[in-house]
Design a protein around this ligand. Sequence first.
Ligand SMILES: [Zn+2]
Ligand SMILES: [Zn+2]
Length: 334
Amino acid sequence: MNIQAYAAAEPKADFKPFEYKAADLGPHEVLVAVEHCGICHSDLSMLDNDWGITTYPFVGGHEIVGTVLWKGDDVRHLQLGQKVGVGWSSGSCMHCRECMSGHHNRCSTVEATIVGRHGGFASHVVCKSEWAIPIPAALDASKVGPMFCGGLTVFNPFIEADIRPTQRVGVVGIGGLGHLALQFARAWGCEVTAFSGSPAKEEEARSMGAHHFVNSRDPKALEKVRGSLDMVLVTVNVNLDWNAYINTLRPAGTLYFVGAVPPVEFEVMPMIMGAKRIMASPTGSPATAADMLEFCARHNIAPVTEHFPMEKINDAFDHLRSGKARYRIVLDRN
Ligand SMILES: [Zn+2]
Ligand SMILES: [Zn+2]
């Protein structure tokens, strides 16, 4: 069968209709008929070959929602017609130490949905069944796509850093990732502080769960929250004054990076004296993804989305490039 996709021929090029033949499905693979696909900032980085790993023609799309159209002989836990989501990862080896301990996202040979293969800006996408995550019926399928990359990326730190409801969490950057992190932190039971350089976002940040709003361009405002937070979750991808953020942590607090920040500099002595730590992680495991979806259903958590028909993919990318997306873009197939 042929898959109808949208591909870019070179860095920064427009997407154009592109047809390719689907390979025969392996025994553990599923073919998903795509209904919606979010656009993540990583799709833009890959389109532009910012990381030097893009192959062309490039078919992006790794926030995929669709139904299982066909499955390999050994796939027993998914049904034909079942609604599933596929995120950044589309396969893992299933036998290394990380896979065997439930950390498939850390597998050294993890297959990325849009690296060296074709993603979800298409009629169909193929993935290994362990990464096709069933979507609870309570969730709005048209909006849930961004949870499979953006959502999982900011949900996983709550698990990895073992955050408790009695703790205080700060979120740096109120955008595609940050607006989801605020909702998670609030529903987790934490006291939530939003850090943003855009004071105009205060009201919205509060509506998404922030108890406090700190203008991150004001050093005095940062100083005011010194020593008060257990985790500061960094969702931006630019360098900031990290010493100022380390100062906002309580002893044993965690500065947690999920944005692809360039090389950072910070003073070690405050880290030592406060027994503080720096952490980072890539998305999350399939089990964490399933837990996240259940948590979203329980607490009515959803991304704020803007929708474009998939054939308007170039308009959608222009919108993302302009920095005006509020907060996640989703492409819909009709
Ligand atoms: Zn992504
Ligand atoms: Zn593995």
